[in-house]
Design a protein around this ligand. Structure first.
Ligand SMILES: [Zn+2]
Length: 84
């Protein structure tokens, strides 16, 4: 979701778009995959912080998330990105 490359499933990690501690569930519309390199770059950053800092990841994420991630979760993320 972040670099836009394709990987075999066993090389991917699963990220919650809305963190579990903030009420995010494990439904498909809240889960995205990341490769090991992107996951390492993201580290412990929250998704909005990571996307704010990484323009390439942000572009890929919003392109790929369209029609996949729940719209209300995308809206919340966009809102969080607008404020600093
Ligand atoms: Zn990647």
């Amino acid at each position: 979701m972040y670099c836009g490359e394709r990987f075999e499933p066993d090389l991917l990690t699963v990220d919650h778009v809305q963190p579990r501690m903030r009420g995010g569930d494990r439904s498909g519309g809240n889960l995205v995959t990341a490769c090991g390199a992107c996951n390492a770059r993201k580290g412990s950053l929250r998704l909005a912080e990571f996307l704010r800092a990484d323009e390439v990841a942000r572009e890929h994420f919003f392109q790929l998330a369209m029609g996949h991630v729940w719209p209300r979760i995308l809206r919340a993320l966009e809102e969080e990105l607008r404020k600093r």
